[in-house]
Every structure is written in structure tokens, then in C-alpha cells.
Write a protein that binds this ligand. Structure first.
Ligand code: PLP
Length: 513
């Protein structure tokens, strides 16, 4: 294990060559609960939410800070219960998430219901339960006002806004293309375009059954840097000032109850792995002529060159920690306050934030067992470490070009001796970790893919009719199942064979082809 990996400050440690999560041996966990397996640390989750609370409160002297972790990133009800115990709220997007957040004991006044096109039924449920409705659509306030009137209640709403960000010129990590963050935010569907906000707010302030309590903006993880957070908060702040001054009276701007800055703080061992811009230029401009040149070579030379390329591309995936939570808090809130404090009265204004990946990322690991090690030496060298998982169980990361850090859980002290592709067992290429340096592994070894607590388990699919893995929660030396693995009955459970197709099995069907 490299020196860098030893610098763990979280729930993972290496003891006697084995990887531990809290006080549990991960190899034992895979044996006891089955492989592949998602494992989560309760201690880490509690630490993360407390750290967010502490760090942001330190930089927001005006009022309370409320942490509303994004439910979508990890919606196990047990983990939600832990967050509820810690006093956290929830950012949710769908009706299903609303029910999950409520089942998980989340305080309704700290649930923010996002999303465009909310149905009447969803809005009714929101008002009945008393959650915050984060408005996306121009005609949504009217609908809310009518339903709230019918129910004899006052609905609390906020606008999800979409400021302009001419200052965010760097490249967004979300797009495959070289596109600026500014453009990335513009093409993203969410948020009410700034052009409508002034008048929409005026209208809402005349509605009887609706109370405008706050403004919300979520940009997401376009960039890991503090520069991004400073730039984003500055422009969000300017829009807040403009709207509050427009909605208020001269010298007495409209008073907000909450400002919600959304999520997008990079995960601790940020697995994001998009090519650096400089590398991209080399790849884009030099690959084509190079490939043409290689066509002129004989096969032997060509494959030797491939070998060389593969060797130079091999890497240890971990590439450095993201900024700390404290650094994110300081950068974002200093920028926001520098714009707001001059113009608005912020006393008793609650600051809300909605971390997803950074709340859950390092609370989870994914354990998988090696089924085969397959090698080829001709025409070029390749090693494949075939595991019992698949990147279809880690889909959230596939969408975001993730390259996770990993550890061979039963060989944490061994040196890396070879370059291999760690692959999954779907029929796709399924390169979970391409061209990584890895110790001399064998069948039955357990690999721990790190930083999988956010977006992975929730995005798993059943491709190749693979049953999705279980989730285990670790607390000290105690480990228990919080989501069981799927069975074959689960995989085929929603299928319906119409009666007319059920009667006879045609033994001779194959002969007719
Ligand atoms: C997804 C999402 C988040 C969380 O984003 P992260 O990048 O995981 O921190 C927060 N708020 C809203 C509205 C979201 O859609």
C-alpha cells in the first residue's frame, strides 16, 4: 500500500495486511454477508454531517445552519434514520423520495422538495406534511396557492433560481466536450430563469395561501475547486440582492428566511477522473496522426508500441484529496456574505446546504471477490482481474467518469507488481478500474473499491439479470444488514407472461428456425 493511502483519517485502516472499516475486517464482511457487497460506516456518516454543521455554522454568524443531505445520493432508510437523529434535513426530488425521507424520520420543516412538473397530488402531499416546496415552474405557485387554500393551510415555498455565471469560464467536469461551467449551468434544465423572477416574486407576495420563505440555487459538482464555489456564491448573492431589493420597499428590502446554496462539494477522495485539459489536447490532436502512422508499422512493432502505451497509462487511481469541508465553508460563505452583508439585513436568516457526494462518499466501500485472473502476452500484454461485481452496480460513477481508489482488502501491505484491468462480469467491457497497478492477486482475494457511499448503490441496475447486492451498516465492531441482496425472484418479479403464452412449451420451436 502506498504512503498516500496510509494517510487515512476516516473510517478505514489497515491492520495486519487487512482492510478494516471501523472495527470490522472487510474480508470477514464479504464472507459473512456475501459478495459483492456495499458497506457503510455509521461513524463516518455521523462525523460528516457534524463536520458540515460545524464548519458552515462557523462562517455563518447571522442565523442557523441547516444541513439537508441530498436523499438521492444514498436513500437507504437506515442511513436516513442516522441523519435524522443528527438533526439533518433532506433535499428530495421525487414523490418516492419524499415518502422515504418521511419514513426515515426527517423533520418536514427541513425537507426541500425540488423538481419541475410536480403533480397536484405531490403538491397536496407536500402541503399536508408541511415540507418546503422548492418551486421550479412558473405556474407552480398558483397551483400551490389553490391547493393550500382548499386544505386551509399556508404553504412555504422557495424559488430555485438560475443566475448567470459569466465568471465561471473554466471547463465543467460534467460534459464530455470542452464546455465552460457557465454554459453547463445554462443548458441544465433546473432553476427558474432569472428573467422571470422579479415579476413572479411580486405575484407570489400577493397570494394568500403561500409564503415565500427563501431562495435556492444548486449548481452541482462542475468543478472541485474553491474558485468555483467563490464564483458561484458571488453571482448567486448578486441575484439575491437584486430580487430582495425589487420585492421590498426603498430602503427596506424583502426579508428572506432561508438561503439554500445546494450541493456539489467534491467527495473526500474525489473519484472524478476526467482528463486534464493539457492531456486532452495531446490525446485529441496527436492520436489521429499517431494511429495513421501505426498503420504503416508491421504488427510486431505495433503491438510493442501498444504495450508501451498501456504501461505508461497505468496509474494508481487516487489523485489527491478535495478541499476540506472547512475550506469549502470558508470560501463559499465568505464570498456570499461579501455580497449580501452590504445590502441586506441577514439577522436570523437560515443558511441551508444540500451536500450529496461529500456527505456519503467516504462512508461507503464496495467489496468484490476476484473470480479469475486472466492473462495474455501476445500480441500484446494484458491482465484482467475478473471480479464478481459489475460497473452496472456502480452506474452513478460511470456517468461521471469515476476512477475510484481501491485496496486489495486481504493484501493491504503488499507492493503493486503488475498492471491490470479490474473488470466486472457483465458481458460489456466492464472496465471498473482500467490499467491500474495491483499486487499479485489470485482467485478469492477481496477488492475494496473506495468512496462508493454516494450515487453508486442507488444507481445499480439488473443488466445481465444480475441480482443487486446487499448493503451492510458497520458500527464499531458490529455489522448488520440494512438492505438485503436481491434474489432471482426479485430480478424476474415484475415480469408477466400473458396467459396465452403460458400454456405449452414448444419443444420443437428451435427446429422451426
Ligand atoms: C443532486 C443534488 C444535490 C447534491 O449534489 P452533490 O453534488 O451530490 O453534492 C443537492 N441539491 C440538489 C437540488 C440536487 O439535485
Amino acid at each position: 500500500m502506498s504512503e498516500k493511502k496510509r494517510q487515512w483519517t476516516d473510517c478505514l485502516s489497515s491492520r495486519g495486511g487487512r482492510l478494516y472499516i471501523e472495527e470490522c475486517d472487510t474480508v470477514d464482511l464479504a464472507k459473512k454477508f456475501g459478495s459483492p457487497l456495499f458497506v457503510m460506516s455509521e461513524k463516518q456518516l455521523r462525523e460528516n454531517v457534524r463536520e458540515f454543521q460545524r464548519a458552515f455554522q462557523k462562517h455563518w454568524p447571522h442565523g442557523r445552519v441547516e444541513v439537508l443531505p441530498a436523499f438521492k445520493a444514498n436513500w437507504n432508510l437506515a442511513t436516513r434514520k442516522i441523519l435524522s437523529e443528527e438533526g439533518a434535513g433532506a433535499d428530495i426530488y421525487s414523490r418516492g423520495e419524499l415518502e422515504g425521507a418521511l419514513m426515515g424520520g426527517t423533520a418536514p420543516q427541513r425537507i426541500s422538495v425540488n423538481g419541475g412538473g410536480k403533480s397536484e397530488e405531490t403538491i397536496r402531499r407536500c402541503i399536508e406534511t408541511g415540507v418546503l416546496i422548492t418551486v421550479e415552474d412558473l405556474d407552480e405557485p398558483e397551483l400551490i396557492d389553490r391547493i393550500a387554500g382548499e386544505l386551509g393551510k399556508k404553504a412555504k415555498i422557495r424559488f430555485r433560481v438560475k443566475p448567470d455565471f459569466p465568471n465561471l469560464h473554466k471547463r465543467t467536469d460534467f460534459a464530455q466536450e470542452y464546455a465552460s461551467i457557465d454554459l453547463g449551468i445554462q443548458v441544465y434544465k433546473s432553476g427558474i430563469p432569472a428573467q422571470y423572477l422579479r415579476e413572479l416574486g411580486r405575484k407570489v407576495l400577493t397570494m394568500k395561501n403561500v409564503e415565500l420563505t427563501g431562495l435556492h440555487f444548486h449548481g452541482g459538482r462542475h468543478h472541485q475547486s474553491l474558485w468555483y464555489w467563490k464564483g458561484m456564491m458571488k453571482r448567486f448573492g448578486l441575484l439575491i440582492v437584486d430580487l430582495c431589493e425589487y420585492w421590498g420597499e426603498p430602503g427596506r428590502p424583502f426579508k428572506l428566511q432561508q438561503i439554500d446554496i445546494g450541493g456539489g462539494f467534491a467527495s473526500h477522495r474525489d473519484p472524478h477522473n476526467k482528463l486534464e485539459y493539457s492531456a486532452e489536447i495531446i490525446f485529441t490532436w496527436l492520436t489521429w496522426p499517431f494511429v495513421q502512422l501505426m498503420r504503416l508499422m508491421n504488427a510486431g512493432l505495433r503491438y510493442r508500441l501498444f504495450d508501451l502505451i498501456v504501461k505508461t497509462m497505468a496509474r494508481i487511481p487516487y489523485r489527491g484529496y478535495a478541499p476540506t469541508t472547512e475550506e469549502y465553508a470558508e470560501a463559499s460563505l465568505t464570498a456570499l456574505r461579501s455580497v449580501l452583508e452590504k445590502r441586506l439585513d441577514l439577522s436570523d436568516v437560515t443558511l441551508q446546504l444540500e451536500p450529496g457526494r461529500r456527505m456519503y462518499g467516504n462512508t461507503g466501500i464496495h467489496l468484490t471477490t476476484i473470480k479469475k485472473v486472466k492473462r495474455q502476452t501476445r500480441p500484446m500484454h494484458m491482465n484482467w482481474v475478473l471480479t464478481d461485481t459489475t460497473y452496472f452496480f456502480l452506474t452513478g460513477g460511470v456517468y461521471e467518469y469515476n476512477m475510484h481508489d481501491f485496496v486489495v482488502a486481504n493484501r493491504t501491505e503488499e507492493r503493486e507488481t503488475q498492471i491490470a484491468d479490474i473488470v466486472g462480469h457483465s458481458c460489456y467491457a466492464d472496465r471498473i478500474l482500467p490499467l491500474v497497478k495491483i499486487p499479485d492477486v489470485t482467485e478469492g482475494d477481496v477488492i475494496a473499491i473506495l468512496e462508493t457511499g454516494a450515487y453508486q448503490e442507488v444507481s445499480a441496475s439488473n443488466f445481465n439479470a444480475l441480482p443487486r447486492p446487499a448493503v451492510v451498516l458497520v458500527n464499531g465492531s458490529h455489522a448488520e444488514l440494512i438492505k438485503r441482496a436481491e434474489t432471482m425472484d426479485d430480478v424476474y418479479g415484475r415480469d408477466i407472461i400473458p396467459e396465452r403464452l403460458q400454456s405449452k412449451t414448444r419443444v420443437e420451436a428451435g427446429n422451426r428456425a
